[in-house]
Design a protein around this ligand. Structure first.
Ligand code: KG4
Ligand code: ZN
Length: 349
């Protein structure tokens, strides 16, 4: 396919109407924003089906997206009270994620944009998570320090402009969300593990000694494999020896060890970069213990904290539309040849 941009260069509006579409994993989502204002934010999830298999089965995800994409876009337009002809652009996740799943949303978006004669904007899913904070505050502008914690990434970034950031540090092994999911599995909690582990942790106390990542160790890098292995070994040992143990205390101790370090390093990074604002994004940021601890630490350090609403930390299409808005204003439109990509490195610009 040739590199045809789907429409003529559009007249750039200050507050365009953008449809966002997301289908990288098990949520089929569509949202409409006008400027930074969210008009609708719809999700059809196959998570309950996937839960029966203990994780996401790619083929089931692709089929579920195919069944849901038309319906979820119709719902998003309907609840936004806009006609499709009023849209100024269509933003869609093209990666990273499950290829078959991504292709469903991407193909739909291409057809939709082409039919309407509006630009297509391919969005990197992770950049969508980073952009979610802009929806929270109309006037939020970089520079700021951003904590990213999702199922695939844990990183600290210095966001210089809406399109450029500096990577301060990242995970050396597992991502925070991945560690939550693996520890949840060993505690026999259902998929997706993070929210179930958080709920169980509320009933426990942080009484179990677990290895802590040292503050200065690795600069702004993180490592979760040692902590994850320690928890898994603790549970296996207790089960094998028949010793009673409290799953709630394990969950609570793990949660403290996994999240305290994120808060400490985020505040440290903001100090070092002389930033007065902190933002965050990704599924783990939905964790209430993390939100409260981070809010307390930022308050103490005199930092302003802008957190996306909980439902906009996990996968959603409003964040894809938000990143679409940034790219729309930067004139970064995508050609018809845009392909889905399973892996996209965390780009610095
Ligand atoms: O950002 P996200 O929805 O998908 C990715 O792009 O990866 O993140 C999903 C991850 C999963 O690992 C999930 O267990 C974790 O975020 N997660 C949580 C919570 N909600 C979702 N982890 C801890 N506490 C939560 N409340
Ligand atoms: Zn995500």
């Amino acid at each position: 396919m040739s590199d045809i941009i789907l429409c003529k260069t559009p007249k750039i509006k200050e507050t365009p109407l953008i449809l966002g579409i997301e289908s990288s994993c098990d949520e089929t989502a569509a949202a409409v924003i006008r400027g930074r204002k969210i008009l609708s934010d719809e999700i059809i999830s196959s998570a309950s089906v996937q839960a029966q298999y203990g994780g996401v089965v790619p083929e089931i995800a692709s089929r579920a997206h195919t069944d849901a994409v038309d319906e979820v876009v119709s719902r998003a337009l309907h609840s936004a009270k806009v006609k499709k002809e009023e849209l100024d652009a269509v933003a869609v996740t093209y990666g990273a994620g499950l290829l078959g799943a991504l292709l469903v949303g991407l193909s739909f978006a291409k057809g939709f944009a082409f039919g309407l004669g509006v630009p297509l904007i391919g969005v990197n899913h992770i950049r969508g998570h980073l952009a979610a904070a802009y929806l929270e505050e109309e006037t939020l502008e970089p520079p700021f320090v951003t904590l990213l914690a999702s199922g695939g990434h844990t990183a600290l970034l210095y966001t210089k402009t809406e399109t450029e950031f500096e990577l301060l540090g990242g995970t050396l092994d597992d991502a925070a969300g991945e560690a939550f999911d693996k520890v949840a599995r060993v505690l026999s909690l259902p998929y997706p593990g993070g929210p179930h582990l958080e709920a169980l942790a509320k009933e426990g106390k942080p009484t179990i000694p677990l290895p802590k990542m040292l503050k200065g160790e690795g600069g702004y890098n993180f490592s979760y494999s040692g902590l994850k292995t320690a928890v898994i070994n603790y549970v296996h040992h207790a089960k094998q020896s028949g010793a009673p143990f409290s799953a709630a205390d394990v969950a609570c101790s793990f949660q403290h060890a996994a999240l305290d370090i994120l808060v400490e390093k985020t505040v440290e990074a903001a100090r070092e970069k002389h930033a007065d604002t902190v933002t965050a994004g990704g599924g783990v940021i939905a964790n209430e213990f993390l939100r409260e601890t981070l809010a307390g630490a930022c308050r103490k350090a005199g930092l302003k904290l802008v957190l996306p609403e909980k439902r906009r930390c996990t996968d959603n299409a409003a964040m894809i539309a938000a990143e679409g808005l940034i790219r729309y204003h930067a004139g970064l439109f995508s050609p018809l040849s845009l392909n889905a990509e399973a892996y996209i490195p965390l780009k610095t610009s």
